[in-house]
Structure formats: C-alpha cells, structure tokens
Design a protein around this ligand. Sequence first.
Ligand SMILES: C[S@@+](CC[C@H](N)C(=O)[O-])C[C@H]1O[C@@H](n2cnc3c(N)ncnc32)[C@H](O)[C@@H]1O
Length: 875
Amino acid sequence: MAKGQKKTGKGRLDKYYKLAKEQGFRARSAFKLIQLNKKYAFLESARCVIDLCAAPGGWLQVASKYMPANSIIVGVDLDPIKPIPRVVTFTSDITTPQCRNLIRGELKDWKADVVLHDGAPNVGTAWVQDAYSQSELVLMSLKLAVEFLAKGGTFVTKVFRSVDYNNLIWVFNQLFGKVEATKPPSSRNVSAEIFVVCRDFLAPKHIDPKFLDPKHVFKDLASTTIVGGLGISAGNAESNVFHPEKKRRHRDGYADGDYTLFKSIDASAFILGDDPVTVLGSGNKISFISEEESRWLSLDVTAADVKANCDDLKVLGKGDFKALLKWRLALREELGLASKSRIIEDATEAVEVVEVIDEDQEIAEELERLNAEAAARTKRERRKANEIKTRTIQRMQLQMTAPLDIGLEQTDATLGLGQDDMFDLGRVDAPKTTNNATFTMDDDGDAVLESSDEDSADGADDDEPLDSEDERENKLTGLEAELDGLYDAYQGRLRERDAKFKVKEARRKNAEREEWSGIQAQNSDGEDSDEEGGWDVVQDAKVNDHSNSSSDSSDESDIEEAEALPVKTGKRTRVDREFASQTTKRARLTPKAGTSGPYTSTTAAAKVWFAQDVFSKVDGLDDISDSESFNVDENSDDEASSANADDQGASDEEDFEIVPQEQDDGMDIWDANDEDEDEKTQSNLRKFGLLTPEAVTLAQQLVNRQTNKTQLINDGFNRYSLNSKEGLPSWFLDDEAKNYKLNIPVTKEAMSALRAKQRALDARPIKKVAEAKARKKFKAAQRLDKAMKKAEGVNATTDISEKDKAQQIDKLMRKGMSSGQKVKKEIKLVVAKGGNKGVKGRPKGVKGRYTMVDSRMKKELRAKKRKEKASRKRK
Ligand SMILES: C[S@@+](CC[C@H](N)C(=O)[O-])C[C@H]1O[C@@H](n2cnc3c(N)ncnc32)[C@H](O)[C@@H]1O
C-alpha cells in the first residue's frame, strides 16, 4: 500500500477530505467529479443532469456549481439528500420502475445531457456479492441512462475492476461513440473503483433488452463466482478440488473478489504452501498470528531481518527476496518438511549403483565443465526469454485499460518463471543436471536432487560422492539460478499488481481505446447491427470472428492432456514437458471458440477481449507463443535456434521487439585488432569530444606530459578489469555494474574546463533566435540586391538628367539599406483645452493622425510606463 494512503483510521482523512471540508462539499467524492469534468468537460455545456445514487450530494453540489444557471439537476438515492439550491432530489431505489417514473415525472419531455452514477452498494457482506451488485447497479444505471439521455449525451459511471468489467465495457461500447476508463487522482489507490466516461450516446431507436440484462451481460459469472481467497472461483471449486493441477490464478490484476490492494498473508501460507513466490507477490505483509507462527520467529534459523522483510513485502530488494526464500527452505528443514538428508538420501541411492572408474572420473569432470557452461548459457537464455515475455506482457497490457478476466494469462509462463512453471521440471532439470542428479523441486516446492532413471542405470557419471565440495557448489549454483528466476517472477508479479503502473498504462492507451468502435465498426457492410441484429447477432459475430480452424479442437484437447500431467513429478519426460509448455502457451494466447469444460467462461471472456480491433492484425500469436518456447536440450540447439530465428522474423512483423543478443559473459578481452570498434570510438570522440571529467583529466595529463600512453594502458589493467562474470547471479551483476569499477580521480581544472564549455554552450542563442537573425540578414541582403539592380537600371536610362538620376538612386539605396520595417507615422498630440476643449471629431487645423490628451498627459505617461515595464520583463 502506498505509504501516504492509509485505508483506515486517520489515513482516510486525506488531502481531499480536508479540501472537501474547506470548500463545503458534502463528500470528498466531489473531487472525483471535478477531476473527471476537468478532463472531459461535460458539465459546462449540460442543461440537464441526472445523478443516480447521489447521497449525500457531493456530486450534485459540483453539478450545480459547474452547470449553467437554470439547468435541471435531478438527484436520486436510497438515502434522503439534504436540499441543495437548484437541485431536485428523490429518495428511491434506482433499480425500480418507481424511480424511473419519478425521474420521468420531473423531466417530462426533456432529455438529459449527462447521467452520473457513483453508486456503491452497502459493503459489509461477502465481497463477491458486493462486486456483483455493483456491476448490476451499473447496468441498472445504464438502463436509466439510455432511457433519459439525449443523443450525443454523456454517461459517467463508477465500476469495480472485477470479472464483469470487460463485459460492461463491451456493452458501453455498443451504445456510445467514445468510452474511456479513468481513475481520477482523488480516487484512492487502494480502491478498485474506476470511472468510465461514455460519451457520444448513439441513441439507437431500439435497444435489445439483452444489452441491459445482467443475466446476459454477466452470463460468464455463473462459472466464476468467487468464494474468496486468492481468486478461486466457486463455479470451478469442484473442479479445483478434483483437478488441483487445473487451479488457475487470475493474473490480470485484482484477484476475483479481492478489491483491496493491501493484503496480509499468514506466515504459514508462505512456509507451508507450495507456491512461495505467488504468496510474496500477492501480499504486502507476512503476519505471524498463530502460536506456531510466532514460535517460528524465535527459532535460530530466523534472522533479525526476516521479520523486517516480512513486515513490508513491497520494499523487498533482490537480496531480501532471496533471504526470505532461503529462510523458508531452512525453516521447512527445521520443521521436518524438507530435510537435507532426503536430498542426500535420494542422491546416495543413485550413487550406490555407480562404480568408480578413473577414466570415468575424467569424463565426469569434462561433463561437469560442459554442464557448468550449459548452465550459464541456459541462464542467459532464460534471462532473455524472461525479457521477451515481460515485454510481450507489457505489450498486451498496453492494449488494456485495466486488468481483465480474459483468460489470456491464466497460466503463468508469460510472466517469466511463474509458480507453476517455476516448478516445471521442463525448465529446471536440463540445465542443472550435475552428473546424473537433477536439481529440481519436490512436491512441497523445495529444492531436491533427483536422479533420472535412465541415467542412474548407466551410472557412468555418478562416480563422486554427491555431497562433495564440487557437487555442493553446483547445487548452490543451481539454487542461485533458481532464485534468480524466482526473483524475476516476483518482480513481474509486483509490476502486475502495481495499480499506478496499470492506471498509467491505461491513461496512455486511452486514445487507442477511443478508436475502438465496438463490434459494429467491424461490420464491413456498415450495417447498424445495434438496431438490426441486437445482442445475439453481435455475439455471433464475435464468435464467428474468432472461431479457428479444425485443428483447434485437437489443440484444446492437447492442452487438456498436457495440463493433466502431474506437474511436479520427476517422471515426466522432457518431451512431454516441452509439449505441455508449448501448448499451454498457445492456449493462453489463442482462446478457442466453442469449447466447453472448465475453460468455457474464460474462453467466452477472452472472445470479448479478442473482439477488439487491435487483435485483428495479430494472426501470428501462435507463432509468437511458439517462438517463446525454449528448448533447453543442448542437442537440439541448432534446430531450435533456426526455428526461433524464423519465428522471430515473423514476430518482427507483428511489432514484437526482439531482445538484442546478449554479449558473451566471458572475460572482456581487449582486442587491439578490432578495427570496427576503434572506428566507432574515433567517431564517438569526434562527435562528442571529451565529455566526462575523467576523460578531460586524462587528456590534460597527457597534454601536460604527466602521464603517457604506456602508463594509461597499464592503468587499464586493474583489479576491476579482468573479473570473470561467469555464473554470477543477475542481481549481483546488476550491483557490480553500478559500483564495481575503477574510480578515476578528476582534477579541478578538468571540472572547470567542462563547466566553461557548458557555459559557452548555454550562452549560445537558441536555435529559433539564431534562425530569426539569419532570416533577417538574408532579407536585408535581398533588399540591397534589389535596390542595386534598380539603381543600375536608373543609371542606364538616358532620358532623365544626371541630377534626377542621382536623386532616384539615392532614394533607392536608402530604401534598400533600410531595415525593411515601415516607419511608424507620428501621432500628433492635441491638448484638449482652449478651443479644443470638448470638441467632438477632428479639431480645427489638425492634419494627419492625432490623439486628444489632457495637459498633464497623466493617462499617456502611465501607459508609457506600463509598456516599458512589460518590455523590461520580456527581456
Ligand atoms: C458513494 S455514495 C455516492 C456519493 C455521491 N456521489 C456524492 O458525491 O455524494 C453511493 C451511494 O449509492 C447509493 N445507492 C446504493 N444502491 C442504491 C440503489 N439501488 N438505489 C439508489 N441509491 C443507491 C447509496 O445509498 C450511497 O449513498
């Protein structure tokens, strides 16, 4: 939670609360309307406004303040509203026909320009119910809005970002020309509310009632009603129980039914659960409430900083994150949930069947070396993959204005190493295989060593005790790499949950949203599907648009099969795992129409999402997903890379950025023959000169013969220069890049030289001024040129006297050399006294321009002073 914004207690009395008090508004929510109106300016021009759910009347006060005098303002609420001048209020339930009749009675034949809705059902019961009622309330307010709004009118409503959000937006888009979702600054970050401003009401003659019927609009809800917790749906509850591997988390923002940002998580969920990263990413604090949990705090394995880290998960750094995960592992060991002995036991079992042969030892060493290299390579690849995935996700997000339940991100792989995928052996085992022991996660999510059946049978590499120094080091390397992955996933999840980020993205994309004119816009024949076809036709259009080829159904069943595989057992083959991960990704990116089963609701929601124009161009989502499947099998590296290259080519066209090839992490060896590099350096030098104080210092030392080339080269080889970065964790490398470098001393002279250079740069006129001056000069030259030509012409004529010639040439040259500005004619001052006193019109004997002044010229002097002052300021 943002530090300045507490949800309870005095935190509620924030700046807007105080401002509302100061300015006499009845509710702080008044500022939401003020800010919305500032952005969309719908009140100033409105002559009639209806405010649904208006008590205590903050919005009504704003409406009455900003709307023109004599406007009609009607407010309705369940609660009575204290009188407000110029405002008519009723006490009524907006979902009833009685309310409609009351408004009709008040407005008579008038139509409203704006309908406002800030309704929120009384909270306190289950969140699920609240959320649903809120969505229903929105739909009811829309029903009233479409009845009373004039064509081109505006409907402003509050919605919660719940599973219904997408459906509501879709309906708005069918009825309004422009639909924008926005969160005004006065709306608390901790609140899931968002305001949707629907402008340009299309006022169709007939609206299919299904557009306004919750049963139709929210029909996906039946299978996604929330039972609480982290977004497990009630409709799926049974299948979740019977098919735990199919349990999905909603990665699109707020978990269902969870509309607050601050979340406290029980320590036992983190320690005992099998998904520690999700827990860390989804909460703000880990609490130690039960006796057992409090006891954990007093154990030796719990260092002092663990508690501090648990208190604010939002501020976890890389080190803290790792420390927490390590603490969890240690505590689990302490609690007997995962024991070292088990790791060793498993490993020793594998060792028992191995014979020690000297030759094999060599092979083992060689293998180990290769494995270490492969591990480093895989790590790089994985980092690259994570970057691509993060970018892909960001790109997807850029098309969203809010997190949506679209079934897109039901699985986690797009977020890098998510919790399911994180424990997916397909990713973990291949690179971290040391000899025949595989470093992976057990059922509890702990790191364990497994030996693969085939490998241990042949046993050639297992000739060293598994708990030897080298082995332990390898394990540690594996663990570090794993932690890196976890950290990336954690970062991804934090980003995902960052409401500010989402709102910013949403705002940035508002313009694009405008361009989407709903399903109607997609009808090539331009029929008004609203009126002609109604809900069903539009729904059919959506389904047809996105129904896929015949292979879809088989794909879908593939996904089912792949996902039905036990995720966390060591027995899954690599082929299976790759297949599963590929198909899962494909499923995520290309929702299939007409499928049934536990995915139905998601698929339908996804259809709504994919009905957007932006996706019509993205045919190659499959390709992209394929290109993101990373083959960790060394032998198939070539095939994979060529396939990836193809796919990347395709993704290029789809405007998916390709992550630049990472430099080899090996030693940075100075290559004197690298001419390209040299040329680049030279051109950089020519272009930018000496820009840093270090460079200037060295240059000055060279010029003053305080140092020489050899010394500089020698200095180049310092303790920072030849450090191998092989196998170091990414967070460490990040840190090193920032801090672990040579500190070249800079001199005072170098700094002052650079400052002088900067000052000289600053002193130069800005481009516009320089251009204006050059233009002026050019025009003067042109004028002179023209005058000279004319003068030559005059000189050449024979029919005028020399004196006249001289006079004309003089006149021409004076004109040519003038500044080109017309000389202001002087204004004659006529003092209004004597005969000129009280004269109307031109005074006698005055020719040309004149102005009447009084004898003291007070007015004129004042004007002159004012002008002088203004011009001084401008300078
Ligand atoms: C957040 S308040 C509105 C605040 C108001 N915009 C203001 O600025 O003062 C939400 C209101 O919705 C009202 N409400 C909830 N359900 C309603 C319904 N079915 N009909 C009418 N009003 C309703 C509640 O009584 C509550 O006063």
